[in-house]
Design a protein around this ligand. Structure first.
Ligand SMILES: O=C[C@H](O)COP(=O)(O)O
Length: 323
């Protein structure tokens, strides 16, 4: 929750050679994945003070995001202030968090908004920039690499790249590996999250293979979606990706982060993702160096639920206006 520890303080994934034998042997049991996902979705959630504690925990994991064509420096400044003080002062006090440095995990913006974000944040929170022709990723390779370099120079310490979906859809794993490796190198010390755009990859097998190839090529995080695909983060896709992270850790010793993003808008959904991470990967993957939730409106709902926990009722929606 506190950002005293930035991603840079943790041992990074180093690229390993592409192992096509491993990729070709990946097989996903879809009905087993669906059953496990349904059991998570139908589970009774934690209640009362445990739920409040989990929701406070979730706040520290949010990449508070604005990725709209009509973003302005003013909107991004408000977003950054909200990221640094995510809960209303009366709720902070009622929850006994006054001495607790609660912030979101990072803010996530387009390249042009890095500068205004930096002016407000002054290095107190990481700035993640989406890159490589986000969201479609169909600009030239030269442009994409340069875009990363410019965003790092402008102050982004995390870069959320989009992969070229056609490499997955045509099974061109070498091309995906080479592209990811080039992005990782262009990032330098900035950490790189690989957005798979899972809603466009058709099968869970493709999701698993793309996850593996990106991790082998040095991704620090794998992320589901841009938020712009028709289907964004889902539990079955997340299960597939976190199990790939678990297996990659067993094979290589490297710990890769996970970021579900797109459509995660309710406290209830956030609790499901926390449960998934805890059960599949363990408590270490509940910290911001290994888990983020990319979301634009989730914080509003979490604040609303915490208000209900504190006061017993919900206030008017305008009190929880979007940043
Ligand atoms: O990476 C984050 C997503 O773009 C945010 O999506 P959302 O607006 O559905 O929360």
């Amino acid at each position: 929750m506190s950002q005293d520890l930035h991603l840079a303080d943790f041992k990074r994934n180093e690229a390993v050679p592409l192992d096509l034998g491993w990729i070709n042997h990946i097989h996903i049991n879809k009905s087993a994945a669906d059953r496990r996902a349904a059991s998570l979705a139908n589970r009774r959630t934690v209640k009362k003070e445990y739920q409040a504690a989990w929701l406070v925990k979730a706040i520290g994991l949010i990449d508070l995001t604005t990725l709209s064509g009509d973003d302005t420096p003013g909107r991004v400044e408000r977003l950054c202030r909200k990221a640094m003080r995510p809960l209303r002062a009366d709720l902070v006090e009622a929850l006994g968090l006054s001495d607790y440095p609660l912030t979101t995990g990072a803010v996530c913006v387009y390249h042009e908004m890095i500068k205004p974000a930096g002016e407000v944040l002054q290095g107190r929170l990481p700035i993640a920039a989406v890159s490589t022709g986000f969201p479609a990723g169909l600009t030239s390779m030269e442009t994409k690499v340069r875009e990363i370099e410019l965003s790092v120079a402008a102050g982004a310490s995390e870069i959320d790249i989009v992969i070229t979906r056609q490499h997955v859809l045509t099974g061109n794993w070498q091309a995906l590996y080479d592209e990811m490796l080039a992005y990782r190198q262009a990032c330098g010390d900035a950490h790189v999250k690989a957005i798979l755009a899972t809603g466009e990859l058709v099968t869970l097998e493709n999701v698993a293979k793309a996850s593996w190839v990106c991790m082998m090529a040095g991704a620090d995080f794998i992320k589901t979606s841009t938020g712009k695909e028709p289907v964004n983060a889902t539990i079955p896709v997340s299960l597939t990706m976190v199990r790939a992270i678990r297996d990659y850790h067993e094979q290589t010793g490297f710990k890769i982060g996970y970021k579900p993003a797109g459509g995660v808008g309710t406290a209830k959904a956030a609790l499901q993702y926390l449960t998934l991470m805890k059960e599949e990967l363990g408590n270490e993957w509940l910290e911001p160096h290994l888990f983020r939730i990319g979301a634009s409106s989730l914080l509003t709902d979490i604040e609303r639920q915490l208000e209900h926990y504190v006061t017993g009722s919900y206030s008017a929606a305008h009190r929880h206006a979007q940043p």
